[in-house]
Design a binder for this molecule. Structure first.
Ligand SMILES: Cc1cc2nc3c(=O)[nH]c(=O)nc-3n(C[C@H](O)[C@H](O)[C@H](O)COP(=O)(O)OP(=O)(O)OC[C@H]3O[C@@H](n4cnc5c(N)ncnc54)[C@H](O)[C@@H]3O)c2cc1C
Length: 180
């Protein structure tokens, strides 16, 4: 593969301790603080089981807990427009024409999908937040084409100035102001 074919690659840190196992227990120093730490691989695979175990620990700690009758553990999945059938696409565009507007050409992501991940619960607030949830900028051009358009959408939907849109963390601003 030529160097020109390389796109952004990522590194990851695996949480390690001196021991070999996950730490899932109440802190010995601070009562009521639950440590769910050192979740090394296969932490993703183990996450549902860890969550159930943590619920049991909390139940034992607090005692006499009741499950809320109206609790709904299911979240609506994100919409992946390009994976829909032609009929489903046409219906969605009729309901909301923003699903008919492609913003990320490489990954074929529509404006509707980007707005959806901003507006839904625990919605995206940053360029990377949108990228992680809906994938614009993950393709061949790595956001060269769509990043400014995604920033415009974030600014518009959040009611902020486009210079306030950050890449990821608080100070990771992308624009400083107008040049022309
Ligand atoms: C390269 C790699 C490959 C892996 N492959 C697999 C696999 O194939 N299968 C598998 O089951 N597991 C895999 N894992 C492991 C899995 O990713 C982890 O076990 C899992 O993500 C741990 O979940 P977590 O919630 O404990 O921590 P994380 O997913 O690391 O979440 C911690 C969060 O806390 C945030 N954070 C950290 N510090 C602060 C702070 N001070 N304030 C606010 N937020 C903070 C971080 O930004 C992060 O979002 C892999 C890990 C790596 C690195």
């Amino acid at each position: 593969m030529s160097f020109g074919h390389v796109v952004t690659s990522f590194t990851g840190l695996r949480a390690k301790t001196e021991g070999e196992d996950f730490i899932v227990e109440e802190s010995q120093e601070s009562s009521g603080l639950l440590n769910v730490a050192a979740i090394d691989s296969p932490g993703l695979t183990a996450a549902p089981a860890i969550a159930e175990y943590v619920v049991e620990l909390i139940k034992n700690k607090l005692g006499n807990m009741q499950k809320r009758a109206d609790f709904n553990p299911n979240r609506r999945p994100n919409i992946h427009f390009m994976e829909l059938s032609d009929t489903e696409k046409a219906k969605l565009i009729q309901e909301d024409p923003r699903y008919g507007r492609i913003i990320c050409r490489c990954e074929q992501i529509t404006e509707g999908e980007i707005i959806d991940v901003i507006k839904r619960k625990v919605g995206a607030r940053t360029l990377d937040g949108v990228k992680r949830r809906a994938r614009p900028g993950s393709g061949r051009c790595q956001g060269g084409l769509c990043a400014p358009r995604v920033m415009e959408i974030i600014a518009r939907e959040l009611g902020i100035d486009i210079t306030e849109v950050v890449k990821d963390s608080e100070d990771s601003y992308i624009l400083t102001g107008k040049t022309k």
